[in-house]
Design a protein around this ligand. Structure first.
Ligand SMILES: [Zn+2]
Length: 184
């Protein structure tokens, strides 16, 4: 049953310290390298050894995405509350409302309830991220794959969930706040 993560009544675990997040990211990356199939398609939304390894990072801060070509900001990503999926946000919540993870993410467009904010943003042509469905043979019914379009220099690139997850883990391992990548 679909429900809003933001209305989940369960208390949130504390955000991990930078050192704890780094160690958790290192462990999770090792699990990913042994089980890459768990980070794309329907498996990315299910309980798994990879999802277990990612649990300490559920309330780790959202990480910024930046265009490597021109340095323009392309929004933020955080881990979904379950599974191994990355959630995109066009911008972050007001600072006092940031509780870590997806709670750091704010949408420009108010969510309709059925979709995450970034999907609604894309439907309204707002924000740099556009859902581009799933890779062939990985039908999950969810827009795991997404295209980042730099609104400054026009470069664009489509990323699988697993690619985004690895970038997120590498950034967390380096205790950095954001990552850049090359557009097409
Ligand atoms: Zn750019």
């Amino acid at each position: 049953m679909a429900h809003s993560f933001r209305l989940d009544p369960q208390p949130l675990p504390h955000a991990p310290t930078p050192a704890a997040a780094r160690e958790a990211a290192e462990r999770a990356l090792r699990v990913y390298l042994d089980h890459k199939e768990l980070a794309d398609g329907p498996a990315a939304d299910l309980p798994s050894v990879l999802a277990d390894a990612l649990d300490p990072l559920r309330t780790h801060r959202a990480v910024g995405v930046r265009c490597l070509k021109c340095g323009h900001g392309l929004g933020f990503v955080a881990l979904a509350p379950t599974g191994a999926r990355m959630v995109s946000g066009t911008r972050r919540s007001p600072k006092r409302q940031r509780l870590g993870g997806i709670y750091d993410l704010a949408a420009v467009t108010e969510s309709s309830g059925g979709f995450e904010g970034w999907v609604d943003d894309a439907a309204h042509s707002r924000g740099p991220v556009v859902p581009t469905g799933e890779a062939p043979g990985q039908r999950s019914g969810l827009p795991h794959r997404r295209t980042y379009r730099c609104q400054e220099c026009g470069s664009h690139r489509t990323l699988k969930n697993s690619t985004l997850l690895v970038l997120y883990l590498a950034t967390t391992m380096a205790e950095k706040l954001e990552f850049s990548y090359h557009g097409g």
